[in-house]
Design a protein around this ligand. Structure first.
Ligand code: NAD
Length: 356
């Protein structure tokens, strides 16, 4: 079992990575505050792992909340229902919430924990690759609004995160690719050596080889923890974690969230951001080819679907990061180094999206 730490001024916490003796690890019980524990999971993960997981903490007074599977559960109504249940069961400030599931379950659980009794303990047990390398680390929690994704939420850090690669065995290929998109992103924005490691080992990673996957999860968590530790609330450097995401969100919005996955959209967004960086002389055409090759090997798309480029730009102009009507983008300064900027050639930017 390896350990990384997210060091924040207000609250530091460990991320445990590896396979424990049970499907979480004994460490979890050290982070449970009182006797009352609510485990929040969904109707896919619950039947697979709930019983084994619960066995590790069976001396506690446990309440279960089983979500329906899917992004549509990420809404205020769900939070309300969970809080109703906690209150009915007499849970108070010393209760602990545990998320057992992917990013959707984690975001819902974290947000509930952040507002119940003005904030109670919570623990993240992420069960998708995406949640292990991204969603469970860094303290962003929240739900969607009819007008957009993740518009309601809070920064609220867990007491600990436990990433157990054994959960990943039951994921489909598409869900593995979703996580790989974020893992590749970490190499591109922060660590060219890690990008090289991914190039060498991608087929093993796709096959979820234990050692390679464990290392990729650990390095991804380390990088995210380092960045978040410098800038918890995304006022500066944390923005580089959005590499590919501003393009990606616009693609997702126009294609429809139900029809286009986040990982696919981010992959295409990373290619667009790389091409713009190349046009500014910051990466070479060989670098761009390497990036495209790796994303393709991870089962991710690399070309823009047929969308109206001007519409993409209009959606991007509504992004939270727009300043003075100029879209801010995360670009590559070189392989393994990214920065946020609004200083890029407008003509090349438009050309990328409209072809004109
Ligand atoms: N808070 C953050 O910083 C952050 C970062 C990235 C993404 N997110 C959010 O995370 C969500 C996406 O996360 P996700 O991809 O994990 O989605 P998800 O939670 O919907 O999980 C994807 C699918 O995998 C299933 N699943 C989960 N674990 C499984 C397992 N071990 N075996 C088999 N199936 C399993 C789920 O039931 C679901 O059908 C989005 O809502 C996104 O906004 C949050």
């Amino acid at each position: 079992m390896n350990k990384e730490t997210v060091n924040l001024k207000s609250h530091s916490y460990p991320i445990f990575i590896g396979t424990g003796s049970s499907l979480s690890n004994e460490a979890v019980s050290d982070f449970i505050l009182g006797n009352d524990v609510a485990i929040i999971t969904n109707d896919v993960v619950g039947p697979l792992y709930l019983e084994a997981f619960t066995n590790t903490i069976k001396d506690k007074n446990i309440v279960y909340y089983i979500l329906n599977d899917g992004e549509q559960e990420k809404k205020l109504k769900t939070i309300h229902k969970i809080i109703d249940k906690l209150l009915e069961k007499g849970f108070g400030r010393d209760a602990t919430l545990i998320s057992l599931g992917g990013g959707v379950t984690g975001d819902i659980t974290g947000f509930t924990a952040s507002i119940f009794m003005r904030g109670i303990n919570f623990i993240q047990i992420p069960t998708t690759l995406l949640a292990q390398v991204d969603a469970s680390v860094g303290g962003k929690t929240g739900v969607n609004h009819a007008l957009g994704k993740n518009l309601i939420g809070s920064f609220y850090q867990p007491e600990c995160v436990v990433c157990d690669p054994r959960f990943l065995k039951t994921l489909g290929d598409k869900q593995v690719s979703e996580g790989l998109a974020e893992i590749i992103k970490y190499g591109l924005i922060y660590d060219a050596g890690f990008f090289g490691f991914l190039e060498q080992n991608l087929s093993k990673l796709v096959a979820l080889d234990k050692g390679i996957t464990g290392h990729a999860i650990q390095r991804s968590c380390q990088i995210k923890a380092e960045i978040v530790s410098q800038d918890e609330k995304e006022r500066s450097v944390r923005a580089i974690l959005n590499f590919g995401h501003t393009f990606g969100h616009a693609i997702e919005t126009l294609m429809g969230y139900d029809h286009y996955s986040h990982g696919d959209a981010v992959s295409i967004g990373m290619v667009l951001a790389t091409r713009l960086s190349e046009s500014m002389g910051m990466v070479s055409s060989d670098d761009t080819k390497r990036i495209i090759k790796l994303l393709e090997a991870a089962g991710l798309p690399v070309t823009l679907p047929s969308l109206n480029g001007d519409e993409i730009i209009n959606v991007m102009l509504k992004d939270k990061k727009v300043k003075n009507r100029k879209i801010q983008l995360v670009l590559l300064k070189s392989m393994g180094e990214a920065y946020l900027t609004s200083d890029y050639p407008e003509k090349e930017f438009k050309q990328l999206l409209t072809g004109a």
